[in-house]
Design a protein around this ligand. Structure first.
Ligand code: UD1
Length: 425
């Protein structure tokens, strides 16, 4: 187990380059199951979750070459088993993304249920409902999900909630189904569009990705392709907030401003200056007196739930009292307690948190990453807290932020990573 020691730093300055999107590359890697041909994926971030997905592909019989010097992953070969080992599934919920492609390609998939996680129960009922609608027989016994289908057939799938993972899983399965599928109330996230683009390059016929109705005309087979993953909009937002919380001036490069509109809007509401420059976004909060705002998380294009924790860290440092309403996950405020240990005094009532502003500065404390984005929020708070902040259990952060410490330090932060033998598991 490792931890970050974060010292108070001044305003962050300079440029930071954003990596490829974790949440785009995971389903794209899963989609390589749909072909026996070579898929080359560029701008792949070096992350624990990506590594787990590569191990899943290998366990299924695929050959995976990871060349992180060039941020490239090449996947080739055929799947020779339909079982995904439990040790891998338990490491990452997104393992379940392989279910749809595996049933579509091999006619069967056996996978352990991903189970709950720290941000809520996160059921998989919508994934299963969708696969059943396409004709798969899905049996759930104890913690195992067993899906089978001689041939999936296209149908109308209505999602009760626009789940990102369910939309992706069903879209991948439908790509090889017989006939046409329509996903209604589909998720509209940019990562879905990236996956659809990848599948279409493989020969799939998908229209409407990025809207709430996706139409997939099934094809008989898919071929290999090359694809560059979109930039990570949550990493982008996190560095935008890092600039604002430190009252710095940072150019966040290699990002798509359209993907972070709600974060831009909320930073401007707080009083920061945000401008688009070439392939980047500049956030300038130097010498500024930022003020409170309200934030409500929503499916895309609303304010992303993954930005809620980092933004809450910022709101502890502004003038006035803010409210944060989490509508996507039922239990995504664990970082509020940790921020309160640093003096933030946040009150949580159900899905709403009340965040008092900067009556007094945050103070360094020993805190624990409770999940990926919550962990990042604590590091951001540590940048401005008086004294030293120790952020434990940073494996959560390393699941989803490539070279987080290095990128922050390049901007003037003081973050070091130490192994924590007392906390070894
Ligand atoms: C993805 C992202 C995650 C992000 C989330 C919401 C990846 C790898 N992860 O997660 O970073 O926070 O989208 O933007 O892309 N739900 C059900 N039944 C289901 C599936 C989901 O009730 O079958 C519920 C969940 O419990 C949750 C909500 O739908 O309350 C949203 O979940 P979903 O969009 O599926 O998130 P993920 O795809 O797991």
């Amino acid at each position: 187990m490792a931890k970050f020691i974060v010292e108070k730093a001044g305003p962050l300055h300079g440029e930071v380059v954003i990596s490829g999107a974790k949440n785009a590359v995971l389903p794209i890697l899963a989609a390589t199951v749909l072909t026996d041909e070579i898929c080359t994926i560029y701008d792949v971030p070096r992350l624990r979750d990506v590594d787990v997905m590569c191990r899943i592909l290998r366990s299924l019989g695929k050959t995976v070459e990871e060349d992180y010097g060039n941020h490239t992953v090449i996947v080739s070969g055929s799947v020779n088993t339909s079982t995904i080992p439990y040790e891998l599934v338990k490491k990452m919920r997104a393992s379940f993304f392989v279910m749809g492609p595996l049933v579509a390609k091999t006619g069967a998939a056996n996978i352990a249920q991903p189970g709950g996680c720290s941000i809520g129960s996160r059921p998989i009922d919508l994934h299963i409902k969708g696969l059943r609608k396409l004709g798969a027989k899905v049996v759930i016994e104890e913690s195992l999900v067993d899906a089978s289908a001689q041939q999936l057939t296209g149908d109308l799938v209505y999602l009760d909630f626009p789940s990102v993972g369910a939309t992706e899983n069903i879209m991948m399965a439908a790509a090889l189904a017989k006939g046409t599928s329509i996903i209604e109330n589909a998720a509209e996230e940019p990562e879905i569009v990236d996956l659809a683009n990848f599948l279409n390059k493989m020969g799939a016929k998908i229209k409407g990705a990025g809207t709430d109705s996706i139409r997939i005309e099934g094809v008989e087979s898919l071929h290999g392709t090359k694809h560059t993953v979109i930039p990570d909009r949550i990493e982008t937002g996190t560095f935008m907030v890092a600039a604002a919380i430190s009252r710095g001036n940072v150019l966040v490069r290699n990002c798509v401003s359209d993907h972070v509109r709600p974060v831009i809007a909320k930073l401007i509401e707080c009083g920061a200056s945000v401008s688009e420059e070439g392939d980047g976004i500049r956030v300038n909060a130097e010498g500024m007196h930022l003020k409170a705002t309200s934030v409500k998380t929503m499916p895309y294009p609303g304010f992303p739930t993954d930005m809620q924790a980092p933004f809450m860290a910022l709101l502890t440092t502004v003038e006035g009292t803010s409210t944060v309403n989490e509508t996507v996950f039922e239990n995504r405020f664990m970082h509020a307690d940790e921020l309160s240990r640093m003096g933030a005094n946040i009150r949580v009532d159900g899905r709403t948190a009340t965040v008092p502003g900067d009556k007094r500065p945050l103070t360094g404390a020993k805190v624990v990453s409770t999940d990926l984005r919550g962990g990042a929020a604590l590091v951001l708070a540590g940048l401005v807290a008086e004294g030293t902040t120790e952020v434990g259990e940073i494996y959560h952060i390393e699941r989803g932020y490539e070279r987080f410490k290095e990128k922050l330090n390049q901007l003037g932060a003081k973050v070091i990573r130490v192994e924590d033998p007392q906390n070894d598991q």
